[in-house]
Design a protein around this ligand. Structure first.
Ligand code: ADP
Ligand code: MG
Length: 728
């Protein structure tokens, strides 16, 4: 067996579960100990500064310089006492990861020495050299500066020796260069619009919260096996390998006993997550071998997004301590399930009402129906955009691949809620809405049980499903920043709620009663958005046909899907969140990233095919050839020889066919890349990579995987799926 593969397989088989030191305290006691949270703030800030900070966090008030100075002083003291020596502005550029540049807490003391220093100015704003972050042309390199500005709504935290301060990242001219800036604006947009609509029903709602609970799927592989797979190491997925005879067909992994080695990894990850104030709750095996899931309790959306990014980087760190590598790619292995992220989303009021939950009474049910109908309308109008918000070169392998929702956005409501909407649509205003002077408006049609949670038919094939008291956006990719999907969703719902409010107010101004106005507009929306509702099997081919007829966006080419970001509707949708200039610039980044991902995969596959696979196949063929010549010497009778060498001759021919095909296709692919690289427009280039270059990856893989079945197992250089996939 190939030396590297042999060593890796042996090392992986030998690994024992690692013992992890459990913290001495209960979870609740060290939860958040590395976070400058309320508890820490109340201890390290003056009463007055603390009060002001609470207003900033809870009510979105702005921070003045004086307060920033006080907070910086308190934060520094806390950080130094907790072992930090450095600080960084922690932000989310338009790449797959987070960015940080560490500075030590030191300044000259004026007497030739150093003192620990950290001013309000440094806390509030910094200017990292932004020239190497993607900006889509918003920033010429000679005006490379961008600046990061403190986001006080997400608390600072300590990782190892560094105080990390969550920040937004914008260009000098004010355009967003990151995920957080538009996310925060979209949260403001949707919560304000929802608050205004709540005004029809309640007079005590002062603030709305957007909540996100993400479920993160991932794979683990042994570190040595990972290192023996250059494709995994460089692209995050296996570009070749035949399916294992056994994979997920017995369904014996899902919710099964977690392997000890993995359990130890999970325990340590949980300890670290709790210390960072991330309320992780659920862990289990997923469907595919080596696939797992982690989910926290939901939190306010901005914080939840930061926590998801933190967890992803924490996972990588902790995995390495356990001699694993974590794979966040959406489709690391062909033929078994890929990984997603389910974004569970709800809106709640400061008075404790979940606007997406059927209420305790018919008044709350009317609010519920109002929001559900508006969300339906928003998803309907923006279905292409929502798909664009979750699309990427990597997620494309998962969507539509018969395990995840197709590349079409639809909404699953379940039979109970669907029935209510149907009844509403077919009723008169008198039946649908009951107006009571004291109690306000309530829903007249149908009873909605308060807790649908346990009995909703869980439709696993829907990309956007109602699950009893929230929507679950399931099409999000496992490696994605949740902010992209949430920003689009918030903006879509915000715009829809604004339009709704305007239409209802106009009818009222024209003399209709409030209930008539609400009834008319809601009924119209139920009718108009009917085609987004789909309760059937999203994996079926009939659905693809049906969806086309309904006029839903069925585009499957990722570079073309991105066009939805700059449609007329999207520009309206993103009002107050992203300008048209920003939308265009961000698309440039998306196309460029798409091209680069395919380009890297294509190069890696070409190199491996030429340097790993073809030489090994030829070596094996030479062994066969030697065998055939010897047979010919011994069996001089041509008929006898033919009989004895039949299988060898067949294999020799097959090896040649596959080797020639691989060689020819790799060179064609290289030529296609050269041609594509000369295209100036990022959009056209990405389209060329999608249409012309990417198909070669599958074609070349086909021949390599065939060779894997032919070539002597002892010679094969790369760990096979059966070796990569079954952690014991
Ligand atoms: P599932 O059955 O889909 O696995 P879970 O009960 O495990 O669902 O919850 C998945 C995620 O949804 C968790 O992060 C959970 O906190 C979150 N969640 C539950 N209720 C809400 C809600 N009202 N709003 C937002 N997220 C929620
Ligand atoms: Mg779920």
């Amino acid at each position: 067996m190939s030396k590297l593969r042999f060593r890796a397989v042996a090392a992986a088989a030998d690994r024992k579960p690692l013992e992890v030191d459990a913290p001495k305290e209960k979870f609740s006691e060290y939860y958040g100990e590395k976070v400058f949270n309320r508890k820490a703030m109340s201890k390290y800030l003056s009463k007055e500064t603390f009060k002001k900070m609470m207003k900033v966090i809870e009510l979105g008030e702005t921070i003045d310089r004086g307060i920033a100075e006080h907070v910086a002083a308190g934060m520094r003291m806390w950080a130094l006492e907790n072992g930090a020596t450095h600080y960084t502005h922690w932000f989310h550029p338009l790449t797959d990861s987070t960015a940080e540049k560490h500075d030590a807490f030191v300044e000259h003391d004026g007497n030739g020495g150093l003192i620990e220093e950290f001013s309000g100015k440094l806390l509030a704003q910094q200017e990292p050299d932004a020239s190497s972050f993607p900006s889509g042309g918003l920033r010429n390199t000679f005006e490379a500066r961008g600046y990061s500005a403190w986001d006080p709504t997400s608390p600072a935290f300590i990782i190892e020796d560094t105080l990390c301060i969550p920040t937004i990242f914008i260009s000098y001219t004010g355009e967003a260069l990151d995920y957080k800036t538009p996310l925060l604006k979209s949260i403001a947009a949707v919560t304000n619009a929802a608050k205004d609509v709540c005004g029809y029903f309640y007079d005590d709602v002062k603030k709305i919260y957007s909540n996100l609970g993400w479920e993160q799927e991932y794979f683990l592989v042994d570190e040595d096996l990972f290192a023996a797979r250059p494709d995994l190491a460089l692209t995050g997925r296996t570009l070749m390998s035949h399916e294992s005879a056994k994979n997920q067909q017995l369904e014996d992994h899902y919710f099964g006993a977690i392997p000890q080695r993995v359990l130890k990894f999970m325990e340590e990850l949980e300890y670290e997550a709790y210390a960072l104030g991330i309320p992780v709750k659920t862990r289990h095996n997923e469907v595919a071998p080596n696939q797992f899931e982690l989910a926290p309790i939901y939190e306010e959306c901005n914080l939840a997004v930061d926590h998801n990014l933190l967890i992803m980087s924490l996972m990588e760190k902790v995995a390495r301590r356990h001699f694993f590598r974590v794979l966040l790619h959406e489709k690391p292995f062909k033929g078994i399930n890929g990984s997603g992220k389910h974004n569970n989303w709800s809106l709640t009021t400061n008075t404790g009402v979940n606007l997406l939950s059927p209420g305790k009474n018919t008044e709350e049910n009317f609010v519920f129906v109002t929001f559900i109908v508006n969300i339906l309308a928003a998803v309907y109008k923006n279905n292409g955009l929502l798909k664009a918000s979750i699309s990427s070169a990597t997620n494309a392998h998962r969507l539509g691949a018969n395990e995840a929702p197709p590349a079409i956005i639809s909404v699953f409501l379940g039979t109970q809620v669907s029935d209510i909407l149907d009844k509403f649509e077919n009723s008169t205003v008198k039946d649908a809405i009951v107006a009571d002077e004291k109690k306000g408006l309530s829903l007249g049609v149908g009873q909605i049980p308060e807790i649908l949670l346990d009995n909703t038919d869980r439709n696993r094939t829907s990309p956007f499903a109602f699950t009893g008291n929230r929507f679950e956006f399931r099409a999000v990719g496992s490696s994605a920043n949740c902010a992209s999907a949430m920003t689009a969703l918030h903006s879509a719902v915000a715009e829809q709620l604004r339009v709704f409010k305007k239409e209802v107010d106009t009818l009222i101004a024209n003399g209709k009663s409030k209930e008539e106005a609400l009834y008319d507009v809601l009924k119209k929306y139920i009718k108009e958005s009917r085609s987004i509702r789909f309760n059937g099997n999203g994996y079926s081919d009939e659905w693809k046909e049906d969806a086309k007829k309904r006029g839903l966006d069925c585009e499957t080419s990722v570079p073309l899907i991105f066009d939805s970001y700059t449609s007329k509707q999207s520009i309206k949708t993103f009002e107050n969140v992203l300008t048209e200039v920003e939308l265009h610039a961000r698309n440039e980044v998306k196309w460029e990233t798409y091209t680069k991902k395919i380009q890297i995969e294509s190069r890696v596959l070409g190199d491996l095919a030429l340097n790993h696979i073809i030489p090994v196949a030829i070596t094996y063929q030479s062994i066969l050839l030697q065998n055939v010549s010897r047979l010919q010497e011994i069996f001089t009778d041509p008929a006898k020889f033919k009989e004895m060498a039949e299988e060898q001759l067949r294999l020799i021919e097959k090896v040649s066919i596959h080797v020639n095909a691989i060689n020819a296709k790799v060179h064609e692919m290289i030529d296609c890349r050269k041609k594509a690289n000369n295209i100036a427009s990022e959009r056209e280039k990405a389209i060329e990579y999608h249409d012309i270059v990417a198909p070669y990856l599958e074609e070349i893989r086909y021949h390599i995987d065939k060779l894997e079945l032919i070539v002597d197992n002892e010679l094969w250089p790369l760990p096979k799926y059966r070796e990569l996939l079954f952690i014991r």
